[in-house]
Ligand binder design. Structure first.
Ligand code: 3H9
Length: 691
């Protein structure tokens, strides 16, 4: 028998142990011996009961995602689950770590589930653009009820063992030796004798379902699914579980799974799963990491406060520095308010809030940063100010402390020159609100030490961020590409598209909002200030700002916002302003379709990504996808701009860029050599520079 599955029978209880590091995924090398072991034990009189357990850090974390898209090898997971259900002796899953996706489906094939108190159980397939394909949509509702199952399957969010017990998914929760308890549970159940009902035959909870309420919940979910097929398929499958006989519902689930697994959306989401893990890898696995225990943050504004919260949420003591007691007080008041909102929403307990607030120490004296292992500057975006801060830091920080800037655009190499220790300097570009947004661009400057980079990459994971290492250039990966995406915005408007039409083309594509709405949300004054600093202009956006239209915060921007509302309303004044400016510039207005809007915004976005690869600012095309999905709302079902370029067809993208280049004469449309090569070879070429 393969070493990935072993069997030991003791006192009549057979323990089947799966050992397939790192996460015990159900690859064919597990499925085959598992099936054989269970088939043997079914008929083995020496085994009165069976426990399925896992070695290593977790129970089975799902099907092996790398197998999707390849020919299916037998036996499939559903055959194993079906086999389990023919076993007439008690079967028990002993769950520690995570039982996710196919892992939980395997456990649902058992009569009982005994879980370690820290275990998490969930059907997470939706996050990969799938639905549970091993019977999860049909069995989970039989244990926890259809409405709870729908919530779990459509969100993909796992639940803790205690909640699983309360919901009927776990039969026992163990604080102590899980395996010993699972064996005891199995043995006592066998001793009691009687028939053991397979999950497939438990229909009581399903019979209680209020179908009308269920369908209303499903409709609501569909409304929120924003163009993704998987959540809808999940809802359909659970609906089938309620209305169809077991085997028919199972067959319908299978059909839905097969369709999704071969579709572009799931391919895109699987790409992102691996891309995020790849991005976290920086060379120097064996490098000694620096110890980070206390973190200092300079600046308690929106950004600094958010960063400070991100670290406190991760359990780090934080020293928050401001220029005056008043500014510090304002910053702390904002942090307290944010935590209060989380408590009132039920996403944070009062106790956790107190614990987190207890981690903050305020100061107005740089000397108080001397005991910090990492210090992040989040002050005004101005080179002279940043250099002054780093000069002061150089004087007080302990040797070996990592000094980071949260700049969005400025040259980190230049900032590093204001210290005598450029090896310890790097960029940590958080996205606002920094306590909530997952993306972190880690900017590697010319002299940044590899161990400092590796330390921060590890740290990012500890505070729940998805980190991508990038090189130094204006705007790094994300904001530089954002400028390219927005370069044609003004032209599109002048030529006849309305802000509403531009934004609709984006939301139809799957973005949460379009560029005009995003500008209004972020504040149009930010881009205006930035343009002025660089000697750039934008005819319409500048005029809006000159008129005090900064977006949502002033109630007017590209749209109008009725008192305090966040709902954008078309503003005829803006449309008139655009027409007037077009007239002044002699630009004839015409109808502009959604395809043209996408071509003139997203193709330059991809083109800029290609230049970034060429210059070594990003190490991999997939890193760029991670930036765009986690920081800018690029639709996950399209996998990020560089992945989507492959779906859209790079040959077409090059052709259309050339067309627009010819028609407008603008350099933004000049196809980058790396993009041309992608069109020829189908794979992105990278120089690996950022690493
Ligand atoms: C499914 O089950 C479909 C079924 O319904 C039906 C089938 C018919 N496969 O995340 P980490 C790798 S769909 C292959 O860094 P952590 C991962 O790439 C599946 N590989 O660790 C990484 O490799 P590397 C449903 C996998 O401790 C390494 O393991 N299940 C899989 O931070 C460590 O991963 C899921 O969606 C996999 N299933 O988090 C769960 N999972 O070291 C997906 C991980 O080379 N997994 N790897 O970069 C997770 O959510 C997290 O990995 C987990 C551990 C929470 C388990």
């Amino acid at each position: 028998m393969s070493s990935s599955v072993s069997v030991a029978i003791e006192n009549g209880v057979a323990v089947v142990t799966i050992d397939n590091p790192p996460v015990n995924a159900l690859s064919v090398y597990v499925r085959k011996p598992l099936y054989e072991a269970l088939a043997t034990l079914r008929d083995d009189p020496a085994a009165r009961a069976i426990v399925i357990a896992c070695a290593g850090r977790t129970f089975v974390a799902g099907a092996d995602i790398t197998e999707f898209g390849k020919p299916v090898e037998q036996p499939e997971l559903r055959a194993i689950v079906a086999l389990l259900e023919t076993i007439a002796k008690p079967t028990v899953a002993a769950i520690h770590g995570t039982a996710l996706g196919g892992g939980l489906e395997l456990a649902l094939g058992c009569h009982f589930r005994v879980a370690d108190q820290g275990a998490r159980l969930g059907l997470t397939e939706v996050k990969l653009g799938l639905l549970p394909g091993g019977g999860g949509t049909v069995r989970l509702p039989r244990l926890v009820g259809a409405e709870k199952a729908l919530g779990m399957i459509v969100s993909g969010a796992p639940i803790l063992a205690g909640e699983a017990k309360a919901a009927g998914l776990a039969d026992a929760v163990v604080d102590g030796d899980l395996l010993a308890e699972a064996i005891r549970f199995a043995s006592e159940t066998a001793d009691r004798g009687g028939a053991f009902i397979a999950v497939r035959d438990r229909n009581d909870r399903l019979a209680e379902t209020d179908l009308a309420a269920f369908d209303a919940q499903a409709t609501d979910l569909a409304r929120k699914s924003r163009g993704l097929d998987a959540p809808l398929a999940c809802a359909e499958a659970v609906h089938n579980a309620i209305t169809l006989p077991f085997d028919e519902a199972l067959a319908a689930e299978r059909a839905l799974f097969v369709k999704l697994v071969s579709g572009d959306q799931s391919r895109a989401q699987r790409h992102l799963f691996f891309a995020e893990r790849e991005a976290a890898k920086v060379p120097g696995k064996d490098l000694q990491r620096r110890t980070i225990e206390r973190v200092g943050i300079i600046g308690a504004g929106t950004m600094g406060g958010g960063i400070a919260m991100a670290f406190a949420n991760g359990g780090f003591p934080v020293t928050l520095l401001e220029t005056s007691a008043e500014a510090l007080q304002r910053g702390m008041a904002m942090i307290e308010k944010n935590y209060a909102v989380s408590v009132s929403r039920g996403s944070l307990t009062g106790e956790a809030r107190e614990q987190r607030l207890g981690l903050f120490k305020g100061s107005t004296d740089y000397a108080d940063l001397a005991d910090c292992d990492l210090i992040i500057e989040a002050v005004f975006e101005d080179m002279a100010v940043k250099k002054e801060v780093f000069g002061k830091l150089d004087a007080v920080a302990r040797p070996g402390a990592i000094l980071a800037t949260n700049t969005s655009y400025l040259d980190v190499n230049e900032i590093a020159t204001s210290t005598a220790r450029p090896r310890d300097v790097l960029g940590m570009h958080f996205f606002s609100p920094a306590n909530a947004m997952k993306l972190l661009e880690i900017v590697r400057a010319e002299k940044t030490a590899p161990d400092a980079l590796a330390t921060v990459a590890d740290l990012a994971r500890r505070i729940g961020k998805v980190a991508v290492v990038v090189g130094v250039c204006h705007g790094f990966v994300g904001n530089r590409m954002l400028s390219a995406r927005g370069a044609e915005n003004e032209f599109l408007l002048l030529e006849g598209a309305t802000p509403g039409q531009v934004d609709k083309a984006f939301t139809d594509f799957g973005w949460p909002m379009g560029p005009c709405q995003m500008g209004d949300l972020a504040g149009l004054d930010i881009g205006w200030r930035n343009r002025k600093a660089r000697g750039l202009t934008a005819v319409i956006a500048d005029t809006l700002c000159e008129e005090g239209r900064f977006g949502q915060k002033t109630g007017r921007g590209w749209y109008r916002y009725e008192s305090g509302s966040r709902e954008p309303a078309t503003d005829p004044e803006v449309e008139k302003l655009i027409r007037t400016k077009a007239g002044e510039l002699g630009i004839a207005q015409r109808e502009i379709g959604a395809d043209e809007i996408i071509e003139r915004t997203l193709y330059p976005l991809i083109n800029e990504g290609a230049k970034i690869l060429q210059e070594g600012i990003a190490a991999r095309a997939s890193d760029i996808d991670v930036v765009w999905v986690n920081g800018y709302g690029f639709p996950i079902g399209k996998g990020g701009p560089m992945f989507w370029a492959g779906l859209e067809g790079a040959v077409r993208i090059v052709e259309r860029l050339e067309y627009w280049r010819q028609r407008t004469g603008r350099g933004i449309f000049e196809p980058a050599p790396v993009l041309r090569r992608f069109a020829e070879t189908g794979s992105w070429e990278a120089v690996g520079g950022a690493l």
